[in-house]
Write a protein that binds this ligand. Structure first.
Ligand code: NAD
Length: 258
């Protein structure tokens, strides 16, 4: 399988979790990869591991909130990938609190990483794509951008912003560049591990009970794995999805159908 042979893929938040799985999956189908992450040591280690066996996987430290660092990340991508064919905006963060307790700093942090980060990276990557006459962007949003969840209203807002931003950009850059979102459900990564710990601390409900409660809302009866999200991201970036742009695709085991 080499659907992405010779294609250059930049994945933000690529040190861990879904970003790592997305990078690894594209790599396995022939792509050259640049992973970017705010955690410089970890992203370098991840790139080292994903390069084993002679694969072309590079890394760059980048905080997607910072336009200067994003410009450097994109320039690096243009160089090491010989043009960024596919940008996966995956970097994201979550915090949990009642809205009355969410500080302005927390709000800004969530919006800056999740929404502004997607804006900055998209803005910086588009000129090269438009000049080359081709390109593809996949944004890892969330089903939480389509529904409200108590204790996560600020996170939901940031992901809704990503979904609607993507639709607006899709209209601007069609047919040259396609831009779509993946909306994962509950995925087994460190982000969810942290969520279960916070929720236990806040409510006193045990982590097992929290997991069972979440699970009871999933028709498929299981949480998602990062690799399963990666498969859908790859589909959206592939020619199989040539007629799809501005879409926000749920990968939630049926938990969300809107
Ligand atoms: N895990 C889930 O259940 C779930 C569900 C829906 C959507 N998502 C979204 O999927 C994406 C990946 O989540 P995950 O579960 O793999 O999370 P994770 O916490 O396991 O990994 C996120 C990665 O992003 C990096 N990152 C954080 N802030 C950054 C910044 N400012 N600049 C660059 N990199 C930064 C982290 O260092 C980390 O390597 C996020 O956008 C998240 O909101 C996750």
């Amino acid at each position: 399988m080499s659907r992405f042979e010779g294609r250059g893929v930049l994945v933000t938040g690529g040190a861990a979790g879904m970003g790592r799985a997305i990078a690894e999956s594209f790599r396995d189908e022939g792509a050259d990869i640049l992973i970017a992450d705010v955690n410089g040591d970890r992203v370098a280690n991840t790139a080292g591991e994903l390069s084993e066996g002679g694969h072309a996987v590079s890394s760059v430290e980048c905080d997607v909130r910072d336009s200067g660092q994003v410009a450097e990340m994109i320039q690096r991508g243009e160089e090491v990938l010989d043009g960024i064919d596919i940008l996966v905006n995956n970097a994201g963060v979550i915090t949990m609190d009642k809205t009355v307790d969410v500080s302005e700093d927390d709000w800004d942090y969530i919006m800056d990483v999740n929404a502004k980060g997607v804006f900055l990276s998209t803005k910086a990557a588009l000129p090269g794509m438009l000049e080359r006459g081709k390109g593809n962007i996949v944004n890892i949003a969330s089903q939480a951008g389509k529904r409200g969840y108590k204790l996560f209203a600020h996170y939901c807002a940031s992901k809704a912003a990503v979904i609607v931003f993507s639709k607006g950009v899709a209209l601007e850059v069609a047919p040259t560049v396609r831009i779509n979102c993946v909306c994962p459900g509950i995925v087994n990564t460190e982000m969810m591990d942290r969520e279960y710990e916070w929720e236990e601390e806040m409510t006193g409900e045990s982590q097992d009970s929290i997991r069972d409660r979440w699970m009871s809302g999933i028709p498929m009866g299981r949480f998602q794995e990062p690799e399963q999200i990666a498969r859908v991201a790859m589909f959206l970036a592939s020619d199989d999805a040539s007629e799809m742009t501005g879409q926000a695709i749920n990968v939630t085991g049926g938990m969300v159908m809107e």
